[in-house]
Ligand binder design. Structure first.
Ligand SMILES: [Zn+2]
Length: 393
């Protein structure tokens, strides 16, 4: 390529549009003032003025990518027309993590600042009581945050998924929710359209929106905990998938198995050797005990003992990180994400972030691997924050 002393204006214009597109895809509110976008763009594109940003936004508006709104005080705000843009700027965003043992609520400003967070025990196997609890938590949150009843957006994260065919929830560990029209019943109680998504998808959305993967377009997120879940977010949107199982990864088989890894332990799903049976906390503990009979330590204790120089526990972690590298390499070969973000109890092992990217290149079908592996930024509030970021309805 010959040297170009100056970029032609049209090229700079398209570069700026690309940068704005990335910014609005990852900015928590998916919207900002012209001045806000210009202030950010100066860091992303050399020497850009507010007028150039306004021109680029006008072009994007003509293409239907953004829409202009007038804020209080006359400021012009441009928002993406898809993804989060269906929630007006300034709306209180409520997220609820509806788990088997506890129900958590968070309320966020449109820029992601936490206004309120509360946790209550989930009523045990009582469907009507669970609906009533959610309704009470939402009403209280709106009242305490000083917004009119019924005006907050509400997103729910929960284990399992809503069947596209029937609208009924399935696969939840709160068994009384399975087979029920949870979304429809909650919408009737809350007098508004709500969003509902798998809790692992909410985790990934949270980290992709304003967490550890906020600058990335394509994010694969993994929860390594009691179970193993996954999710894919592209340009700020969860890939739900045709069957509602997008990103489900824990019940694929461990790839490139060795002879002594076959067929693997039985899994509750009916298969053998699922990734979850290797990479969950109980899976790590079982693998350790299989190699060192009589040592029935739980996963967190194995991690601590490995750090203290226990050779048996160290060997177990070495097997675990090699399997994690294989399992993630398989995903990189299909999705090729910019970032892989880890959550759950086993994501807090510092060594994975150095060892796994060194190991996975052996199986990734590329001469070099630039994928980043990062730890969650929002800890155990990621799931409930992600529920708040779900596009309403
Ligand atoms: Zn399984």
């Amino acid at each position: 390529m010959p040297d170009e002393p100056t970029q032609p204006p049209s090229s700079q214009h398209e570069t700026l549009i690309g940068a704005i597109r990335r910014y609005l895809a990852t900015h928590p509110a998916a919207a900002d003032t012209v001045e806000g976008i210009a202030g950010w763009a100066v860091g992303a594109v050399a020497s850009v003025t507010a007028d150039e940003v306004r021109t680029a936004l006008t072009h994007m508006e003509a293409r239907g990518e953004v829409a202009k709104r007038h804020e209080l005080g006359g400021a012009e705000v441009f928002a993406r027309t898809d993804a989060l843009a269906d929630v007006p700027v300034g709306t209180l965003r409520i997220g609820i993590d509806l788990g088997g043992s506890k129900t958590e609520i968070i309320a966020l400003d449109s820029d992601g600042r936490q206004r309120l967070r509360r946790r209550e025990p989930t009523p045990r196997e009582d469907y009507d009581a669970i609906l009533a609890l959610v309704a009470t938590l939402v009403a209280d949150a709106e009242s305490e945050c000083g917004v009119a009843p019924g005006t907050a957006s509400v997103g729910i994260g929960t284990p399992g998924s809503v069947s596209r065919a029937t609208g009924l929830l399935r696969g939840s560990n709160s068994v009384c929710l399975n087979g029920m029209p949870v979304k429809r019943d909650l919408e009737a109680r809350l007098h508004r359209t709500i969003a509902i998504a798998n809790d692992a998808n909410c985790f990934v959305l949270s980290e992709a929106t304003d967490g550890a993967a906020r600058d990335a377009s394509v994010v694969f997120g993994v929860i390594l905990g009691t179970g193993v879940g996954g999710g894919v977010v592209v340009n700020g949107r969860v890939i739900e998938g045709r069957n509602g199982i997008g990103g489900e990864w824990g019940h694929n088989p461990l790839p490139w198995p060795t002879d002594d890894e076959r067929p693997g332990a039985p899994c509750f799903c009916g298969q053998h050797g699922c990734i979850e049976t290797w990479l969950s906390g109980p899976g790590l503990a079982r693998d350790h005990q299989a190699s060192f009979p009589g040592d029935a330590a739980p996963a967190h204790e194995i991690v601590v003992r490995a750090g203290q120089g226990d050779a048996a526990c160290e060997a177990t972690l070495a097997r675990y990180e090699e399997r994690l590298a294989r399992a993630l390499a398989h995903v990189i070969n299909i999705v090729d994400p910019d970032v892989v973000v880890l959550g759950g109890g086993l994501s807090n092992v510092e060594r994975w972030y150095h060892s796994v990217p060194r190991l996975w290149s052996r199986w990734v079908f590329s001469d070099r691997v630039d994928t980043r592996l990062v730890r969650h930024a929002h800890g155990d509030s990621s799931g409930v924050r992600g529920a708040a970021w779900l596009p309403s309805g």
